[in-house]
Design a protein. Structure first.
Length: 249
């Protein structure tokens, strides 16, 4: 398994440096040694919040450094912040600015390995969203997400442990559409519930919510990627961002 590096830092601003949907499966993709040679960042990285993220190539890996601070409104900004909004029905946990370890760095393979075994997700950060904040799986602490549903804001996120993170479809930047949501720890991009090429919900997703097809960032080339699965999560009435397993190890 590739080496995953996940580090938490103090809040330190940093800046941004500088693929729809057929019935193909990952079994149809041919791989060669040339697939591992990457000389420039994937076009999708241009969609990430440049005020929060620095993204660059380091050999065969992409490094994503982020302040973890989202570029959208939420009650979790705390009163007095320009992006603060009132959400009276949210059982608020600590605010973003009172949590001093939002910053996160991950390293992912620039060319995901789709020939190996699937890997289950774990707690804490499983990816970085285009907003700059973390993506978590369908668990909270030692149990199901249900126990934390009351604390999720309008875009399916909350604070704890430490970082502001999304469990559900992040409506602030992907709401019943094919927009890019972020990238996961296996180096595979996650998109909204619809296919960019067809404008409809894909019907050929595998157990991870992924398939191979073109996207708005692949210039007509097919690429394996994930979608938020179009199934309602019962407690919240929304959709889980990603439950796994990972496919790109």
């Amino acid at each position: 398994m590739k080496n995953l590096v996940l580090m938490l830092f103090g809040l330190t601003p940093c800046f941004f440096g500088l693929t729809a949907c057929s019935t193909d499966s990952t079994d149809d993709v041919e791989f060669s040694e040339d697939d591992t040679v990457v000389t420039e960042l994937h076009a999708a990285f241009a969609a990430f919040n440049s005020d929060a993220t620095t993204i660059y190539l380091d050999g065969s890996e992409v490094v994503i450094e982020t302040t973890g601070l989202p570029n959208h409104e939420t009650v979790y900004w705390g009163e007095g912040n320009d992006l603060y909004i009132e959400e009276p029905d949210v059982a608020v946990t600590p605010s973003i600015m009172s949590s001093n370890n939002n910053a996160t760095t991950i390293r992912v393979d620039a060319t995901p390995d789709l020939t190996g075994n699937t890997v289950e997700t774990e707690l804490n950060t499983i990816g970085i969203a285009v907003s700059g904040s973390s993506i978590f799986n369908d668990q909270e602490g030692a149990g199901a997400l249900d126990q934390a549903a009351a604390s999720l804001d309008w875009t399916g996120a909350h604070i704890g442990p430490g970082v502001y993170h999304y469990h559900l479809e992040p409506k602030a930047f992907s709401n019943d559409d094919g927009n890019l949501v972020g990238i996961l720890l296996d180096g595979i991009f996650l998109y909204g519930r619809k296919c960019n090429s067809t404008g409809t919900y894909p019907t050929d997703l595998d157990a991870s919510g992924g398939h191979t097809s073109t996207t708005q960032y692949t210039d007509g080339e097919a690429e394996y990627h994930y979608h938020i699965i179009n199934e309602v999560y019962s407690t919240t009435g929304s959709y889980l961002a990603f439950a796994g397993p990972f496919q790109g190890y």
